[in-house]
Design a protein around this ligand. Structure first.
Ligand code: NAG
Ligand code: NAG
Ligand code: NAG
Ligand code: NAG
Ligand code: NAG
Length: 387
């Protein structure tokens, strides 16, 4: 008991004093592995790299199109958030290209995109959907910034952190506290989860332990649908040899349900790189959700329990957008299957399906259609998460 307490105390104080950098989706060790595999042209990493460089967003000629006011969701000013998610896809692809090759022209091009936005953006608005923008684009920008912080020639780091802290963080914090003035169970799990990802990511980028803990505590125990036992709310033990977990959005449609499992994987990955293990939390609960979603979307039956909250009553699992292809599975498959040695039967099959659809690798923003759903994940998982 004494040694357990000491272990806990020392893990806690390590985190209290210092964050690991880079330490969001990727660590220095990950970048070293990726660069050496790419140099040796070893698959699947090399296939992932070829997928990256083929994407039009990964080109150093990309020119950012920042605006002072970004709008998402139907509103009198119209919507222009396509500018932001396209530039983010470019900023991330170029940052990865830099790390995969060590060629600074790509870091320079990625930094130019972040600098263009941090010197221009004043606000993110729109309908209630503005809180999807704060969450999704906030955590994505934070991930680019966390990579670029190691680029010695970059002078824009402070301005990028200010943009994240002054524009993106307050929206996510407000959403998790107020839920846009709706009932606490009104918003689907993905809304909480993208905003949790944003807060966690900004906490790491800015070395702010209060923000980091805010996100972790909400994940464990928050009042809205993004908390883990609400996002994956119903566990079915031993369904043909595996535990499966029904998701809060399973009765809504499969595209959003997959987004939830994707956001959970990203949250756990970023926390893990700071020494907080959420993958194994509650007996691998995220895996139970991932297996449930993957199994159903591959065409198999899964058990389903009527989902009821203060505004919906869903007596059947939804077939809408069943079987969709998005780059969320390599992270979950590699972590649970390769690193942790867990039974990832259906998550593995889904990773293979998405890899095959991409010609041998998961792609990134721009490879999954022009609308926002194709940019919800940063992707390139075959390159970045294969171990
Ligand atoms: C990118 O390269 C140009 C040309 O060398 C230089 O003027 C600029 O400062 C660089 N920007 C960054 C962010 O590295
Ligand atoms: C969750 O909240 C309850 C009541 O507010 C508290 O008793 C419990 O310790 C919390 N659990 C975690 C994991 O934070
Ligand atoms: C893994 O899960 C599959 C599918 O549910 C099951 O058929 C298989 O027996 C499980 N394997 C082990 C080793 O538990
Ligand atoms: C949900 O709908 C079903 C069937 O339509 C009904 O039997 C059930 O009472 C409803 N549950 C709640 C809590 O409203
Ligand atoms: C989903 O599709 C299956 C088979 O195609 C069908 O049996 C089931 O009733 C459908 N469920 C819904 C909710 O449409």
């Amino acid at each position: 008991m004494r040694s357990l307490l000491l272990l806990y105390a020392s893990a806690f104080s390590t985190l209290a004093t210092a964050f690991v950098h880079p330490g969001l989706l990727h660590t220095a060790e990950d970048f070293t592995r990726v660069a050496s595999k790419v140099e040796a042209k070893t698959n699947p990493w090399y296939a992932g790299y070829q997928k990256l460089v083929a994407n039009r967003h990964a080109q150093p000629s990309w020119v950012a199109s920042p605006v002072p006011e970004v709008y998402r969701g139907v509103n009198p000013k119209g919507q222009n958030y396509q500018r932001l998610y396209n530039d983010i896809a470019a900023g991330y692809a170029l940052a990865l290209r830099w790390k995969a090759t060590n060629d600074v022209q790509y870091a320079n091009a990625s930094a130019a995109i972040i600098d263009a936005w941090s010197s221009t953006l004043k606000m993110v608005g729109g309908s209630g959907d503005r809180f999807l923008a704060s969450g999704i684009y906030g955590y994505q920008i934070a991930n680019i910034v966390e990579i670029l912080r190691d680029y010695p020639a970059w002078t824009g780091f402070a301005a990028a952190k200010e943009m994240l802290v002054n524009i993106f963080y307050p929206m996510s914090h407000h959403f998790l506290v107020n839920h846009n003035d709706a009932k606490v169970d009104h918003y689907w799990a993905n809304w909480d989860l993208c905003n949790l990802n944003n807060i966690l990511a900004i906490g790491v980028v800015t070395d702010n332990k209060i923000m980091f803990d805010e996100a972790i505590h909400y994940f464990y125990n928050g009042s809205g649908n993004g908390a883990i036992t609400k996002a994956i709310w119903k566990i079915y033990p031993d369904i043909d040899g595996q535990d499966l977990g029904q998701l809060q959005e399973s009765g809504r449609d499969q595209g959003h349900t997959m987004f939830v499992v994707g956001m959970l994987g990203i949250f756990a990955q970023m926390a893990s790189n700071q020494g907080v293990d959420l993958f194994s939390y509650l007996d691998n609960r995220i895996l139970k959700g991932s297996e449930y979603v993957a199994k159903f979307n591959l065409g198999y039956d899964v058990p389903y329990t009527t989902y009821v909250n203060s505004w919906v009553n869903q007596s059947e699992i939804s077939n809408n957008s069943r079987g969709g292809v998005k780059p969320i599975w390599e992270l979950l498959y590699n972590r649970y299957g390769k690193v942790m040695g867990e039974n990832v039967t259906y998550t593995k099959l889904y990773a293979e399906k998405v890899r095959a659809a991409g010609g041998g690798a998961e792609g990134g923003g721009g490879d999954y259609g022009p609308t926002s759903g194709g940019y919800d994940q940063l992707g390139y998982g075959t390159l970045m998460y294969s171990v």
